[in-house]
Write a protein that binds this ligand. Structure first.
Ligand SMILES: [Fe+2]
Ligand SMILES: [Fe+2]
Length: 190
């Protein structure tokens, strides 16, 4: 056995992610928690709060995606890229998730107008879209855990690794502050 640490020894996932890019799974969990709160408001018939939380969720997701695309992917591209981990896949999935959020927002508009039995039909339409959205998100996170985070763990060492991790940590803290993005439209961002 050589002195070189394996990816697992550097800390893959879970509580042993200190010093590893797997600590970004905390951000994924925070996003899931916020989306869950949004869904609770939907079924509790609180459309205003459900929409507010959806906007907050989108803003959090968008910041996370920008951090990945502007900071992490350019570094990841320096390494050996495996077939399932092409950088464009991550970006395409980000766009797909954002497009899906716009469809959900439109379906919520229909829900806000619906009454009586139509309300239930509209609610199920929103929830069906959200189930598909969550499945796409799970698939995307699995790709990041399979390729992006271990790729960065293997690629970065020493000072550069510490710097990039610290930058991610500081951006994550900012994102988790839940800054309100008043007046921000669900559409029209890139
Ligand atoms: Fe991502
Ligand atoms: Fe991510």
């Amino acid at each position: 056995m050589t002195g070189e640490k394996t990816t697992a020894e550097k800390g893959l996932g879970g509580s042993s992610s200190e010093g590893s890019f797997f600590r970004l799974t905390d951000a994924h969990q925070a996003q899931k928690n916020l989306f869950h709160r949004h869904q609770c408001c939907l079924v509790d018939r609180d459309p205003d709060q459900a929409m507010r939380l959806l906007r907050e969720y989108r803003a959090m997701l968008l910041r996370h995606m920008r951090d990945e695309e502007e900071i992490l992917l350019p570094i990841y591209e320096r390494g050996v890229i495996q077939a399932g981990g092409k950088p464009e896949y991550f970006v395409q999935e980000h766009r797909k998730l954002l497009d899906f959020l716009d469809r959900i927002k439109d379906a919520m508009g229909a829900l806000a107008e619906a009454e009586g039995p139509d309300w239930y039909q509209s609610l199920f339409e929103v929830l069906d879209l959200e189930t598909t959205f969550k499945n796409i998100g799970e698939h995307h996170e699995a790709r990041e855990e399979q390729f992006l985070f271990p790729g960065l763990d293997l690629l970065l060492e020493g000072e550069e690794r510490a710097e990039v991790l610290a930058r991610c940590e500081s951006l994550k803290r900012e994102s988790l502050k839940g800054e309100s993005l008043k007046g921000e439209s669900l559409k029209g961002e890139s």
